[in-house]
Design a protein. Structure first.
Length: 44
């Protein structure tokens, strides 16, 4: 989150869908929905 209290409602994710570098945030065969579920849990 951008502010410690999370009051601004912004979340920055770096390297989203950088396929050539192996960075992406979507389901895949190796981790399934694991990364998305971890992000969801961290934000709740």
């Amino acid at each position: 989150m951008c502010s410690p209290g999370g009051t601004d409602g912004l979340l920055m994710i770096a390297s989203l869908n950088e396929w050539s570098e192996g960075h992406y945030l979507e389901p895949d065969q190796r981790f399934g929905y694991g990364w998305l579920e971890a992000l969801k849990a961290a934000l709740q």
